[in-house]
Design a protein around this ligand. Sequence first.
Ligand code: ZN
Length: 355
Amino acid sequence: MIVEGAVVDVDGARPAYVRFRKGRVVEVGTPGTDSRRGTERRIHGIVAPRPVNSHTHLGDAAAAREPPRTRVSEVVGPGGLKFRLLASLSPAEKERAMRAALERMVREGVGAVVDFREEGVQGVEQLRRAARGLPIEVRILGRPTQRPVEGGELSRLLRVSEGIGISSAREENPLTRTLLADRTHRAGKWFALHASEEVREKPEVYLLPRPDLLVHLTKATPDDLETVAKARIPVAVCVRSNALFGRSPDLSAFARAGVRLLIGSDNAMLNAPSIFHETEFAYLSGRLLGHPVDPEYLVRAAYVEPWLWLEEPGRARVGPGMAGTPLVLRLPPEDPAYQLVTRATEQLIVPTGAD
Ligand SMILES: [Zn+2]
């Protein structure tokens, strides 16, 4: 099969054709120059690395009601509605809902997800079971249940997870954060936290100890964003989740500061885990609120930057020998980044033969 149109990847967007054999990319070049002129099935479309959902809490996927119209901390903060709900559900109910959420991401072509899983070792193991056999990489950042942190629990958690993802610097004292970050880094894993979501926090607080990933920065100032960009720490934004609580990060300011942007869909109880919806909303809300953001920046955040963060650069470039399979969408090739950001849907995905 030959897809003629455009490629969007780590090298940007360009007119191109991509030839597939048994689902793998075997040839990429300028349109009209392929080696099989007229002898192979040919479609028009855009080829890109698979999108990554860089921030989720799939543990609360079993709750699907309209979120209450109140403060974010009362809904998903420690002790809030979400944690009462998690405590009331059986492990089997949570596991079923998490699997359904993962299956939805697979249908939308998502290649990997980075989840903040609460509920300690048990929570991580539930998500692992839920993901069994699905063609999606699930990277789990766990959270210890005991405070003060109990060494045994933390060791067990670091054995089963890809690292630690905590609530925020406001909710965890500096000693706890330092202990968690040190132990996590010594284990060669990721340490991540939410920052400046409901109110502004100072970068010197959330950057110490040094995290590998920040989430939100909804309330960050342009100076804060520059500090984070200089530290080269990627930030996963969740614009639909923020919108539910009346907030909107100015992603054009993130772009100007040079922040390494990632995109996530946040709590599954708030929004469906769809990166297509997330990028579309990010683009449109920027236009609506008078701070438009370039679709190229959003495409990079959803389809490219996370693979670099996950240390899988081979999945960020569409070319012969590419690791894994790319995403093919029946979309027009004009302004391909704009097409991907605003018009991608599950229905337009073309199977390449390996799916
Ligand atoms: Zn979160």
